[in-house]
Design a protein around this ligand. Sequence first.
Ligand code: ATP
Length: 182
Amino acid sequence: GLQEVGRLKGIVHELLDMTRAETVQFLTGEPVEVKSLVQNIIQSVSAIHADFHIQTDLESLSQVRIRIVPQHLEQIILILLDNAMKYSDERKDINVIGQVVHNKVAIQVIDYGIGIPKEDLPHVFDRFYRVDKSRTRERGGVGLGLSIAYRLVHAYDGEISISNSSHQGVCVTLLFPIVTNE
Ligand code: ATP
């Protein structure tokens, strides 16, 4: 839940300090099955936030594995779900879609919330950057979530990008290298 997010954020603060020098600190983990991991996280978030409807399409990720410490993937997904919920108003739908694109796992978290002004998009991964303080003040947060997610994703040789979707709302895409059986 969100308390868990707070606890994990503390841990990742240490990681942030380690990477302050802007050199990417690479991490590695055992191969883990993405689908079940993501499903577990969504299940626990759904249990706490029953007002949100989180719909998943993860079938394409059956048997697909990436190398990551499970808690780190959990952390990344929690940050994205936390944001999706924090910046949604009336429409409380979130879609989580998993696909295989070339040799990578693509995980997308899509919401139908307030979106991000175009001029702010290039900065949302910066530490302590918050869009329009007046609109975000009442929603809490300090502007660290996405910067933590960015550092973590890159530590595992992954990529993260964010865009406004064609409908109202935001789409965050994660890419991770797939573990191949050799
Ligand atoms: P926290 O440190 O608790 O995560 P935060 O949400 O302000 O606080 P980030 O997760 O780094 O920090 O997000 C940076 C900014 O990007 C936010 O202040 C918010 O304005 C914007 N943002 C992030 N995710 C979304 C989203 N799904 N929809 C709309 N705006 C978003």
